[in-house]
Design a protein around this ligand. Structure first.
Ligand code: RTP
Ligand code: MG
Length: 155
């Protein structure tokens, strides 16, 4: 019988400007949570780059302040990898709104490190195609495919 496959995925994590002073602490948490850090880059996004990154939200009321926030100081972008990386990292960071996160998920990272309803410390890709796009946004030469491991050897 074949062993079930485990898919080692990659996702993009961002330490946002309000949390940049905790970037090393966040990287430690990432490593202790079973992720490998494959790539890391500190960058100060221009408003144009922040607009491109969050283009899906163009036209929403909060878009201008989101762009101002994300271009207000440096961020650290990390490509992190483990099984179920995309959903697992989203679970660890928790709900978007820091105040709600503190009520419903008090141990999540946004609850612990976020500032308010917009400045929520951390980003995580929300699916496979967004992880591909977002990883390539910061690391253009990346190959982003899940790798199946744990398949039984066939004789
Ligand atoms: P992210 O993309 O940063 O990981 O956040 P998310 O999926 O949890 O939330 P999303 O809906 O994609 O929103 C992107 C970012 O926009 C800001 N935001 N502000 N004031 C507001 O109502 C509001 N809603 C969203 C947050 O910084 C959020 O992370
Ligand atoms: Mg999002």
């Amino acid at each position: 019988m074949e062993a079930p496959h485990i898919y080692v995925e990659q996702t993009l994590a961002i330490v946002k400007p309000d949390c940049i002073h905790k970037a090393e602490e966040i990287e430690d948490i990432i490593l202790r949570s079973g992720f490998a850090v494959l790539k890391k880059r500190r960058v100060h996004l221009t408003p144009e780059q922040a607009s491109d990154f969050y283009a899906e939200h163009y036209g929403k009321l909060f878009f201008p302040s989101l762009v101002a926030y994300m271009s207000s100081g440096p961020v650290v972008a990390l490509v992190i990898s483990r099984d179920r990386a995309i959903s697992y990292w989203r679970e660890l960071i928790g709900p978007t709104n820091t105040y709600k996160a503190r009520q419903t998920h008090p141990d999540c990272l946004r609850s612990l490190y976020g500032t308010d309803d917009q400045r929520n410390a951390l980003h995580g890709s929300d699916g496979f195609s967004s992880s591909q796009r977002e990883i390539r946004f910061f690391f253009p030469d990346s190959i982003v495919e899940p790798i199946a491991v744990g398949q039984a050897a066939k004789d």
